[in-house]
Structure formats: structure tokens, C-alpha cells
Write a protein that binds this ligand. Structure first.
Ligand code: CMP
Length: 137
């Protein structure tokens, strides 16, 4: 059993896609082990994306992530990190496989509806960034 962190980004919430995205995860057999909706502070968003802090898009990415509420989830299942990434599709929606979340609903590399951890180490960091142990069911 593995866990990953998923975020429905401000564009996904604004487009009223929370239900659609959660349905994709539940249809895939993932268990939602924790879920919260919140508006990120600048510090929370900068800390979350610290691995990208030298990238030219970092400032705009942080501005985008604090532009509205997000839905943050811990997903649980076998091989859930890779399976979630397969369901999301490529970062750039123009390169995302047909039927994936980003191919269906994303507008751009930045406004790409969802985030998902890319490895066990990042999943552990990202889950710990947003959830304490007693918040995970
Ligand atoms: P995410 O999976 O949340 O991880 C890092 C995010 O940075 C990524 O999704 C995109 O939203 C964003 N990102 C990655 N590359 C670019 C880019 N070239 N321009 C703008 N945003 C990007």
C-alpha cells in the first residue's frame, strides 16, 4: 500500500471540477485517506514548491496556487503514485494522453488542474507539509 498527495488546483476548483476529479480517483479504486479545502498562504505554496524555486516560472506558479482555494487529498492504494500520475497525464495538457485529467480539463502547463507527488520521497514530504498523522484516516 502506498500514499500520494493530490491537489486540485485553483483552476480545478474555479471550473467546478472537484466532483469530476474525485470521481476519477474513486473509479480507479484509490482510497481517499484525507481531504481538506483551503486557501494556501504564500509561505505554504513557496514551501511546497521549494524544489522549483530556481525555475523561471516559480513566482507565477506560487501566485497561481494562492489565487483561490485548493482541495488537498491523501490518496492510498497499490502503486498509487504512478497510477495517479498516469491518470493526471503530462504536465503540458497538449502532451497529455487522451482521457487523462489534464487532457480533458487543463488549459496550460501552469493551469493544469491537479498536482500529484512524483516519488515516494516527495509524497512523504508533501503529505507532511499539509497533514498531521491524526488527520489521515
Ligand atoms: P505540478 O505537478 O504541480 O508540479 C510543478 C508545477 O509547475 C507543474 O505542475 C506546473 O503547474 C508548473 N510548471 C511546470 N513547468 C512549467 C512551465 N514551463 N511553465 C509554467 N508552469 C510550469
Amino acid at each position: 500500500m502506498e500514499r500520494t498527495l493530490s491537489i486540485i488546483k485553483p483552476d480545478g476548483v474555479c471550473k467546478r471540477l472537484i466532483g469530476n476529479v474525485v470521481q476519477v480517483f474513486e473509479d480507479a479504486g484509490f482510497r481517499i485517506a484525507a481531504m481538506k479545502m483551503k486557501r494556501l498562504s504564500r509561505g505554504e505554496a513557496e514551501g511546497f514548491y521549494y524544489v522549483h524555486k530556481e525555475r523561471p516560472f516559480f513566482g507565477e506558479l506560487v501566485d497561481f496556487m494562492i489565487s483561490g482555494p485548493v482541495v488537498i487529498m491523501v490518496l492510498e492504494g497499490e502503486n498509487v503514485i504512478q497510477r495517479n500520475r498516469d491518470l493526471m497525464g503530462a504536465t503540458d495538457p497538449r502532451e497529455a494522453a487522451e482521457g487523462t485529467i489534464r487532457a480533458r480539463w487543463a488549459d496550460s502547463k501552469q493551469n493544469n488542474i491537479v498536482h500529484g507527488s512524483d516519488a515516494p520521497e516527495s509524497a512523504a514530504f508533501e503529505i507532511g507539509h499539509f497533514f498531521s498523522g491524526i488527520e489521515i484516516c
